[in-house]
Design a protein around this ligand. Structure first.
Ligand code: ZN
Length: 84
């Protein structure tokens, strides 16, 4: 089986195998492999970018969860008022 190509998202160089580890997700053991760019400088930039993206996503998710909770709280009294 040929390994699928996994080019770096930044420079397009073929990524090299970095590490492999196992982690329990719930009850199932999942094997993770990490591939990094052969260019350490580039890899550093990519990692920083990924972290920024992740942080931003988490902020967006937290905000939308909070908004949803607020909507739920606001909807109850108004729907009661409408039925009456
Ligand atoms: Zn790269």
């Amino acid at each position: 089986m040929k390994t699928p190509t996994n080019p770096c998202i930044r420079c397009g160089k073929e990524r090299i195998f970095s590490k492999k580890w196992k982690e329990y997700i719930g009850k199932s053991l999942v094997t993770y492999t990490a591939n990094i760019c052969p260019d350490p400088e580039c890899q550093k930039i990519v990692e920083t970018g990924l972290k920024d993206k992740k942080d931003r996503l988490e902020t967006i998710q937290a905000n939308s969860l909070r908004r949803r909770a607020e909507n739920r709280r606001n909807r109850k009294p108004s729907s009661k008022r409408q039925t009456r």
